[in-house]
Design a protein around this ligand. Structure first.
Ligand SMILES: C[S@@+](CC[C@H](N)C(=O)[O-])C[C@H]1O[C@@H](n2cnc3c(N)ncnc32)[C@H](O)[C@@H]1O
Length: 204
């Protein structure tokens, strides 16, 4: 897994581009900046965007190459990102310390991600915001026809809306929908895909 991502991020170009994910950009932009955590943040496109808005940014990923690219992107933009290499279990993050957590295409096997999601919502402050965009199970119909749109090819890594409701049970759902979107993110997310978008707030 780690080797796969290091190889992908070892290329000169940015796999998913340098621009933030469209849904992330739309939801983070109106928020008052605070402390944000971006799990599985790859080459840092969302982290750098948040830092440019004035957020104190923490990101992590298993890929060292992802960190290298993210650091380079941060330098290009004159901002700082605290980027940690490892899995959530290897990091020492404090409970109730983040104003926002954004999961953008963070796909882990179902059982593992349930546990990680429970831990992540503990890290949110009461009233903190959760932003999620992930591929849905329906996405298999799209990436089997058009491999350029990318995303997992195994349903075990994909989502249904109810997964998010169950996993983030300490949060109130402000928006949760499955949508067909047209992606244009670097070289590996090109074309129509089925995603789940979620905006939620941790209950007080
Ligand atoms: C599709 S990429 C998304 C990158 C980034 N969020 C974005 O939108 O550009 C998925 C990322 O998940 C990371 N990843 C996979 N398993 C992980 C784990 N257990 N902990 C943290 N990151 C992981 C990979 O290294 C990869 O960077």
């Amino acid at each position: 897994m780690k080797e796969f991502w290091n190889e992908r991020y070892g290329a000169e170009e940015y796999a998913y581009g340098k621009e933030p994910n469209v849904y992330f950009k739309e939801k983070i932009s109106p928020l008052k900046p605070g402390r944000i955590l971006l799990p599985a943040e790859g080459e840092g496109r969302n982290a750098v965007y948040a830092a440019k808005l004035g957020w104190d940014v923490y990101a992590y990923d298993i890929s060292e190459e992802g960190k290298n690219k993210a650091k380079r992107l941060a330098e290009e933009n004159g901002v700082h990102v605290n980027y940690l290499v490892g899995t959530l279990d290897e990091l020492d993050l404090n409970a109730h310390s983040f104003d926002c957590i954004a999961l953008i295409y963070a796909h882990l096997p179902r059982k593992m991600r349930k546990d990680q999601h429970k831990k992540l919502q503990e890290l949110l402050k009461p009233g903190g915001i959760l932003i999620v965009e992930v591929f849905s199970e329906e996405h298999l119909k799209f990436n089997s026809k058009n491999p350029l749109v990318g995303g997992p090819k195994d349903a075990e890594f994909l989502f249904q809306k109810d997964d998010l409701v169950e996993d983030f049970d300490l949060c109130e759902m402000l928006y949760l929908d499955q949508e067909v979107v047209s992606l244009k993110e670097g070289k590996f997310h090109i074309g129509e895909g089925s995603v789940i978008r979620c905006l939620a707030r941790k209950k007080q």
